[in-house]
Write a protein that binds this ligand. Structure first.
Ligand SMILES: [Zn+2]
Length: 127
């Protein structure tokens, strides 16, 4: 489940907060608005972070992986895909050779992390 996502530049600057009104049980939501943000910002994108409920090390869902791959294929470039839980934040990056071969990497500079968690917490549970 995705409560909140954020699109960021390589330096950590926030480009877009993605907080769809209607939460879904999908991974990164199939959102035209989000896709348009990614496309418009494709030259300066660092990646996309989203939240998972609970605590502990995050793991991308099968749908997360196919979404990562589809976005990168559409954009023609690789990104970092952070997933944050209440206690951890991990960046997933493509390593190949398979289409869905993403591996955990250090989260790096994540100045948006606290706000992502706050927005996620504040928006959770309200259908
Ligand atoms: Zn996810």
């Amino acid at each position: 489940m995705v409560e909140t996502a954020v699109v960021v530049e390589p330096n950590g600057a926030v480009l877009y907060w993605h907080e769809p009104r209607r939460r879904t049980a999908t991974a990164l939501p199939d959102s035209r608005a989000l896709w348009l943000v990614l496309w418009e910002a494709r030259e300066r994108l660092g990646g996309v972070a989203h939240t998972h409920p609970g605590v502990g090390p995050p793991h991308p869902s099968a749908e997360d992986l196919t979404t990562f791959a589809a976005c990168e294929e559409g954009l023609g470039r690789r990104l970092s895909w952070w997933i944050a839980t209440a206690t951890d934040c991990v960046a997933f990056v493509w390593v190949g050779p398979g289409r869905l071969d993403y591996t955990p990497a250090p989260a790096g500079h994540t100045p948006w992390l606290d706000e992502l968690r706050t927005r996620s917490t504040h928006s959770a549970g309200g259908l």
